[in-house]
Design a protein around this ligand. Structure first.
Ligand SMILES: *Cc1c(COP(=O)(O)O)cnc(C)c1O
Length: 400
């Protein structure tokens, strides 16, 4: 017997975004006889990022991870330094600084936006604190006014991890324009993608020259090509952080039609919210919170289920209908590496609680209306394994 689920096509969680001009631009990069870094497509990507975000300098990198590692080198992070990172995030955010000998200090997150809890930030600062890395989760801005004020008071650098939030805004100003440095990701799973890729955004003009050197194997090659010096040579520590212009060609194709890509994601995101709002309210499920002063990037649509059992059961229920949903992050402070740095269960209770209950729904620009309707219908059909709408954990999360 063929069941109905076997007749249904598989709906992935993410699907490679492709706008159609990528291969033509790759051909153009070959035709220009320049497929190493810093060719014409890299330049065009830099122009878009600098103009749209109002940052002093944008530099494409091979990944967001590498942009974070460049940040650690630029800020001269040393053994013994401390860097404050949210626990509810990707390992690279801490790892980039650990590579230079720093100790990550894990901050809990706000229950509403799941961003670094600015109210708890000041208590984590010590004389060894060198940087704070706010991550704009789901492309909803962190409380940059509060974070910026704390950083300024203590003379600490802010590095925004804006992997999720390209073209989003906080109080009208683009994310990525607040920190001394900011980082972007163009990994396959992000809104704009070259497969693997990233960018370092520099707002402190005093860091531009060294950033170019660090990105070019510690040499002043960039100044040489601009005719500013007549020989290029080894200046300081660095590595090879610049992507091939083939990857920049792919990225440029997508950045060029950014409004179209973002518009599709916005429509899908809003449809989830509209169609799931009353179901969520009836079942104690929390939908994403976007404060009125934040314009988001529509990177993630998540559900915060009442319990871990409910979350796991919903993932299974969707999988049975050929729909892939996923969860993240395993909080860094209780990871094997996090514990090595003194992390312990209970240290960041909101991160732990959210990590147990969060589920991400399929969201990609080519998600068809009918496939999205199938996801929504499957969710509305879900029967909860047991009800605990007033579990203590829920009260904690509704604190704000
Ligand atoms: C994806 C992601 C990264 C890493 O990006 P890569 O380009 O894969 O290195 C870093 N931080 C956050 C918050 C991310 O989501």
């Amino acid at each position: 017997m063929v069941t109905s689920s076997e007749l249904q096509s598989f709906i992935p969680f993410n699907c490679v975004s492709r706008v159609g001009t990528e291969t033509r631009y790759i051909e153009q990069a070959f035709a220009a006889l320049h497929i190493s870094g810093d060719g014409m497509f890299t330049r065009r990507c830099h122009e878009i990022l600098e103009a749209e975000l109002g940052v002093r300098k944008a530099l494409l990198t091979t990944s967001c991870t590498h942009a974070l590692e460049m940040s650690a080198l630029l800020l001269n992070i040393q053994p013994g330094d401390e860097v404050i990172v949210p626990s509810f995030t990707f390992s690279s955010v801490a790892n980039a600084f650990v590579l230079q000998g720093a100790r990550p200090v894990f901050a809990d997150i706000r229950p509403d936006t799941l961003n670094l809890d600015d109210a708890q930030l000041e208590a984590l600062i010590t004389p060894a604190t060198k940087a704070i890395v706010p991550v704009h989760y789901a492309g909803v801005g962190c409380e940059m006014d509060a974070i910026g004020a704390v950083a300024e008071r203590h003379g600490i650098s802010v590095i925004e991890d804006n992997a999720h939030g390209l073209f989003a805004r906080y109080r009208g100003r683009p994310l990525g324009s607040f920190g001394r440095l900011a980082t972007q990701s163009f990994h396959e799973t992000k809104n704009f993608s070259s497969g693997e890729g990233g960018a370092l955004l520099i707002n402190d003009p005093g860091l531009v020259e060294r950033a170019e050197i660090i990105r070019e194997k510690g040499t002043n090659r960039k100044q040489f090509f601009r005719g500013q010096v007549d020989k290029y040579t080894w200046i300081e520590k660095g590595s090879s952080f610049l992507p091939s212009d083939i990857l920049a060609a792919v990225l440029f194709a997508q950045l060029e039609v950014r409004d179209k890509i973002q518009g599709k994601r916005e429509h899908i995101w809003n449809t989830y919210q509209r169609e799931l709002a009353s179901w969520a309210a009836n079942h104690g499920v929390r939908l994403p919170h976007v404060p009125p002063h934040c314009e988001q990037s529509f990177h993630i649509f998540y559900l915060l289920m009442p319990s871990r059992d409910d979350r796991d059961a919903l993932i299974e229920h969707l999988a049975a209908q050929q729909i892939l949903s996923v969860f993240h992050y395993m909080p860094l402070h209780v990871s094997q590496m996090g514990r090595h740095f003194g992390g312990y269960p209970g240290q960041c209770p909101v991160a732990e609680c959210v990590s147990d209950r969060l589920i991400r729904l399929p969201l990609y620009s080519s998600l068809s209306q009918s496939d999205q309707a199938r996801v929504i219908e499957a969710i509305l059909d879900f029967s909860f394994p047991r009800r605990q709408p007033h579990a203590p954990r829920d009260q904690m999360l509704s604190r704000r």
